[in-house]
Design a binder for this molecule. Structure first.
Ligand code: OFO
Length: 166
């Protein structure tokens, strides 16, 4: 695989790993706050992000590049409310979507059709993740802060309807 793609994919390894750590940090915050359902959702999300990172690592190595494991910046550890936190999740996912989309012209420039085909999975995955998080925010807005107990009880059911990531 061309160096420009290996470098861009390695930069994405860092972003997926940071996403995993960010959601882990949110999960432990929610757990300590007594929000069992929210923390479960976030622990599972952290696992998914780690899986995304591993997908990039495997693809880079399989295609003759070398995946490099970077240092990760420490994520924040406190949030003022669940709503603020989920808005941050959505903003972060939008940032990741943009970052995945920016990989496409780099791949196209090298005419690497295998990589182009492979990255499509992430394009679809990001669309799904953004809509899942938006649905959570909508539900949170509907229930209001007073019904946090109900929200916490129901959030995990919102995950079971998702397509499980490969
Ligand atoms: Fe949710 O971001 Fe990975 O791809």
């Amino acid at each position: 695989m061309k160096k420009s793609i290996v470098d861009a994919f390695n930069a994405q390894v860092e972003k997926e790993g940071y996403s995993s750590n960010l959601y882990l940090s949110m999960a432990t915050w929610a757990e300590v706050e007594g929000l069992e359902g929210v923390s479960q959702w976030l622990y599972q999300q952290a696992d998914e992000e780690k899986m995304h990172m591993l997908k990039f690592i495997a693809f880079i190595n399989e295609r003759g590049g070398k995946a490099v494991i970077p240092a990760f910046e420490q994520p924040p550890a406190e949030w003022k409310s669940v709503k603020i936190m989920f808005n941050e999740v959505l903003a972060h996912e939008k940032y990741i979507t943009e970052s995945i989309h920016k990989l496409i012209p780099i791949i196209q420039k090298e005419n690497d059709y295998a990589a182009l085909n492979w990255i499509q999975w992430f394009v679809d995955e990001q669309m799904e993740e953004e809509s899942n998080v938006q649905a959570i925010i909508d539900k949170l807005n509907l229930l209001g802060d007073k019904n946090l107990y109900m929200f916490d009880r129901d959030i995990i059911k919102m995950r079971t309807s998702e397509t499980t990531a490969e």
